[in-house]
Design a binder for this molecule. Structure first.
Ligand code: ADP
Length: 201
């Protein structure tokens, strides 16, 4: 199973990523978590990552590729992945598709989780009051939502055009979101034969 999760902050990418990875017995790859871990190294690149994340800006594509590519390649070798938070820009999406083509693999679906903005903000502020991620402040949340709308949301049309977009209402309990994704995922069919599809990641 190879899935990616495309969603604004607060829609539940992390939660669904973990649940789906357990359900399909594949690796959950969280771009945000991997970048936060790389930031903790304290190297110059690490400091660059952490200043982007603190501001709610995207980390430059090249850094994202360096951090994520080896993890994706390894997950592919072990049977698949749930990719949460990558790709997030059109250049990242085309690079991911190129990587898939090189590895001879098709993506099963791009799951777009959507919810009304007040719901997203409420969830993120709720999380801030509990776990306290540095970028869950009102100003940075607003900025992250804007970055999603401007830079990441074009990927919705990109995957729709490729015929693999699965849009799911994320404003329902986590178990219902997972169940809906599982029920609506395309089953094995000739259309998913590698030779018959151009959707690769
Ligand atoms: P959220 O979706 O709630 O913002 P994430 O943990 O997915 O949470 O991302 C947190 C931050 O990590 C982003 O604001 C950005 O700085 C960085 N990041 C995560 N994924 C990417 C990516 N694919 N490209 C660039 N930056 C990313």
């Amino acid at each position: 199973m190879r899935l990616l999760l495309l969603a604004p902050p607060g829609a539940g990418k992390g939660t669904q990523g973990a649940r789906l990875a357990a359900a399909f017995n594949v690796k959950h790859i969280s771009a945000g978590d991997l970048l936060r871990a790389a930031a903790r190294s304290g190297s110059p690149v690490g400091r660059q990552i952490s200043s982007c994340q603190e501001r709610g800006d995207l980390v430059p594509d090249e850094i994202v590729f360096d951090v994520l590519t080896p993890v994706i390649v390894e997950a592919v070798a072990r049977g698949g992945y749930i990719l949460d938070g990558f790709p997030r820009t059109l250049p990242q999406a085309t690079a991911a598709a190129d990587l898939g083509a090189r590895l001879g693999l098709a993506l099963d679906a791009a799951v777009y989780l959507y919810a009304p903005e007040p719901v997203l903000v409420r969830r993120l502020l709720g999380r801030a009051s509990q776990a306290g991620r540095g970028d869950d402040t009102a100003d940075v949340i607003r900025h992250r939502l804007k970055v999603f709308a401007e830079t990441t949301s074009p990927l919705i049309a990109y995957y729709e055009k490729r015929g693999i977009l699965l849009a799911v209402n994320a404003d329902q309990p986590p178990e219902s979101v997972t169940a809906e994704i599982q029920a609506r995922l395309p089953g094995p069919s000739p259309a998913h034969d590698i030779k018959d599809t151009q959707d690769t990641t």
